[in-house]
Design a protein around this ligand. Structure first.
Ligand SMILES: [Zn+2]
Length: 114
């Protein structure tokens, strides 16, 4: 069986100038783990966020010691950066990820991994 990659979802990045792409790859026979590939297609967000795997979950996390984040926080002001979490764009991203997790295709993949 050949390896292949399938796009799974695409959503706006945190700043809205680029996007996140998620695809998965079925490994060759003999290797049982399906690999998910997350890519940040935004130079701004790539500097601020990492894609991290924690157990079976993959998520976008803020780089803890990123100087760029500090600079941006100062520029935006603390009030404004707190407001980011309530922005419709951010909420939409969370919603997209939740929708993705409930897709039959994804549930099937999760089931296969277990
Ligand atoms: Zn971005």
């Amino acid at each position: 069986m050949e390896s292949y990659e399938n796009p799974l979802c695409e959503c706006a990045c945190m700043c809205g100038k680029g996007k996140f792409n998620v695809s998965y790859r079925i490994p060759d026979k003999g290797r049982d783990r399906i690999e998910h590939l997350w890519e940040i297609h935004c130079s701004h967000c790539r500097g601020l966020y990492n894609i991290e795997k924690r157990g079976n979950l993959i998520g976008v996390v803020k780089k803890p010691d990123e100087m760029a984040w500090e600079r941006e926080s100062k520029e935006m002001g603390k009030e404004k950066s707190r407001g980011l979490l309530h922005k419709p764009k951010f909420i939409r991203i969370i919603h997209e990820i939740r929708k993705l997790l409930h897709r039959p295709k994804f549930i099937r993949i999760i089931h296969e991994i277990k």
